[in-house]
Design a protein around this ligand. Structure first.
Ligand code: DXP
Ligand SMILES: NCC(=O)COP(=O)(O)O
Length: 247
């Protein structure tokens, strides 16, 4: 079990692609954003190839696979189309996420406990291509235990409820839920990542939780990059995280 305070930053570039798709242009290119992010200290690049292709496209993933100096964390729904694509591109990390077409963003965690045999088969198949598979789940003991049972080496705890909490009490409760999830996941021998909805004003409390391996952050970075540039946005976030994670 690791309780290291070294914490990695995975930069999610989906919303660079959102801006491009809004007009069907060639710019801004998420591949350029990924390279800039790496130069600014990103430890990995996260992309979510949604079934509706609202942002990231296959082309992005294929190019990234060739040019990344760090590693790709490929987020995907558990569908045959995505399984076959993942087998083709063989990302170093794969995160299985729940997905519906109508949602504005990923609304909750994957229900691993409710579909153990399906997720177990997916984990087994993706592990065969050498990927480290993580499951994007709520910080809920039942889901964490199920993640362990299906053979995933890693989980990513959904921090959206913490990010959306409005009152100080709710923020504290949701933060505690994440912290408890981290401890429980580590006790199960899992690698514990976290992410969703984290931004410059709420990230420090999460980064201060000991034992988190990586935070995946996207939307807030892309938004801040409009004003300071992508490299500065990533470097600022990385500095905040590292300062908060200090013992
Ligand atoms: C799973 C996750 O948290 C991210 O991939 C996020 O879903 C990306 O942004 P959208 O949900 O807006 O596509
Ligand atoms: N898995 C979470 C992620 O990659 C980034 O989510 P967000 O920061 O765009 O909300």
């Amino acid at each position: 079990m690791s309780t290291s305070n070294r914490i990695l930053l995975g930069v999610n570039i989906d919303h660079v692609a959102t801006l491009r798709q809004a007009r069907g242009t060639r710019y801004p290119d998420p591949v350029k954003a990924a390279l800039d992010a790496e130069e600014a200290g990103a430890d990995g690049i996260t992309v979510h190839l949604r079934e509706d292709r609202r942002h990231i496209q296959e082309r992005d993933v294929l190019l990234l696979k060739d040019v990344l100096q760090t590693r790709m964390n490929f987020e995907m729904g558990v569908t045959e189309e995505m399984m076959a694509f993942a087998e083709r591109i063989r990302p170093a990390h794969i995160c299985l996420v729940p997905e519906t077409r109508q949602e504005l963003t990923t609304e909750g965690g994957l229900d691993v406990a409710g579909q153990e045999s399906r997720i177990s088969l997916a984990v087994e198949r993706l592990s065969k291509i050498g990927a480290e598979v993580s499951l994007f789940i709520d910080a809920d003991e039942r889901q964490i235990e199920a993640s362990k049972r299906v053979g995933a080496p890693a989980i990513e705890l959904h921090t959206g409820r913490y990010a959306d909490a409005e009152t100080p009490t709710d923020v504290a409760d949701e933060l505690q839920r994440v912290a408890d999830g981290v401890s429980f996941g580590l006790a199960q021998g899992l690698i514990v990542n976290a992410g969703h909805g984290l931004h410059y004003h709420n990230v420090e409390a999460v980064a201060a939780i000991r034992g988190i391996n990586e935070l995946n952050i996207g939307h807030a970075l892309v938004a801040h990059a409009l004003f300071v540039g992508f490299k500065s946005a990533v470097a600022e976030m990385k500095a905040l995280i590292l300062a908060a994670a200090k013992p």
